[in-house]
Ligand binder design. Structure first.
Ligand SMILES: NC(=O)NC(NC(N)=O)C(=O)[O-]
Length: 351
């Protein structure tokens, strides 16, 4: 499928990715290829005529050929629980051995259930049994308002799947947050990328992902600019808030760190984010060093719902954090969102 035909929802974060802490907890079979490959962030690779003890080596999850009726399953704990927008079942390089059909279920559960406990969960079908193409990304939009913590992939009757991508919007659990001092711009706290000027090398959602970046590719990197402009990214914060401290982390960016950066804010409860006049500076243009985690105090005099990071002129950054306090309204919105999206079974568990 050509790049421009990818559904819009594939630009949302992959909630299952190993990069955000997803885990393939269980599969009933993985004789040919290990289940953990399903959520590797990188695209699948293939080297023909590479044989291990069990057969051809595949970068994916692959079960043996069934000799009786049935299906195979793998269960994934999402790294970021959230509302799903769409799922990609990527059968890259599986040609004579891809499963002809797949379905996806999801559930929302409390705590850290074992695979055995999860088998009794209230699983909801988010993708009904559907045909797959081999050696292809198979796109399935999901229409559900529920916050899910786990997904279950079923393949009929057997075969190989290279990657499972679960795109969606993370929903934070307010019980685990201190609204008076939190990262307002973190994906896991409910922030999201609102826009960016360029994402030639890597996606801006990386900037606000959990944990540090381990290599340059895990950050956000723009193409070299050949004009007089500058690159930028904007983030819709976890809620209306007052900022205190920014982290501009250029780790791993040595020959391509931006020279300078500035921050501005906008309060969308009062003004229009598309109106340039609505933005006010919270950090003036500041010189950056390559490969450095800069911690910078920002102007917290005004409430904001969005922050914009301008980098001059271009380059890459590993992480962006904005610490501060949610307003009363921000706290209420975060709590409401959690309760409104909880599947009934999860709500019953919480009581
Ligand atoms: N050539 C294959 O890929 N064969 C088998 N798979 C592996 N991994 O060897 C199979 O039967 O699906």
């Amino acid at each position: 499928m050509a790049e421009q035909e990818r559904p819009l929802w594939t630009s949302k974060p992959d909630l299952a990715s190993r990069r955000v802490g997803g885990s393939v907890l269980w599969a009933n079979d993985e004789l040919f290829a290990e289940r953990e490959n399903l959520i590797r962030p990188q695209a699948a690779e293939f080297q023909p005529w590479s044989f291990g003890h069990k057969g051809q080596v595949y970068d994916g999850w692959e079960t043996r050929r069934r000799r009786e009726d049935g299906f195979d399953q793998a269960v994934v704990r999402l790294g970021l629980p959230g509302v799903l927008a769409g799922v990609v079942v990527d059968t890259a390089f599986f040609t004579g051995n891809y499963p002809p059909f797949a379905s996806i279920e999801a559930c929302g559960v409390e705590g850290y259930p074992s695979p055995a406990e999860l088998s009794a969960a209230d699983w909801q079908t988010v993708v009904p049994k559907s045909p797959l193409n081999g050696d292809s990304e198979n796109f399935f939009a999901v229409a559900s308002d529920h916050r899910f913590t786990h997904v279950r992939l079923t393949i009929y009757p057997d075969g190989g799947v290279a990657r499972l991508r679960v795109f969606g919007t993370p929903v934070a659990d307010p019980r685990y947050l201190n609204p008076a001092a939190m990262d307002l711009a973190a994906l896991e706290n409910g922030a999201e990328i609102a826009g960016c000027s360029n994402m030639f090398y890597s996606a801006p959602a990386n900037l606000i992902s959990p944990g540090p970046a381990t290599v340059m590719g895990e950050g956000w990197e723009t193409a070299r600019r050949r004009d007089q402009g500058n690159d930028w990214v904007s983030v819709k914060l976890a809620g209306p808030a007052v900022p205190w401290l920014a982290e501009l982390d250029t780790s791993h960016f040595k020959g391509n760190a931006p020279g300078w950066a500035s921050l501005s804010g906008c309060d969308a409860t009062k003004s229009d984010v598309d109106d340039p006049a609505a933005w006010f500076e919270i950090l003036s243009r500041t010189r950056l060093q390559p490969d450095t985690r800069h911690r910078l105090l920002v102007d917290g005099a005004r409430r904001l719902t969005h922050v914009r990071l301008d980098i001059y002129p271009d380059g890459g950054m590993a992480r962006f954090r904005l610490h501060g306090a949610l307003t009363e309204r921000g706290r209420d919105e975060l709590t409401d969102r959690f309760h409104e999206t909880l599947p009934r079974a999860h709500a019953a568990e919480i009581g």
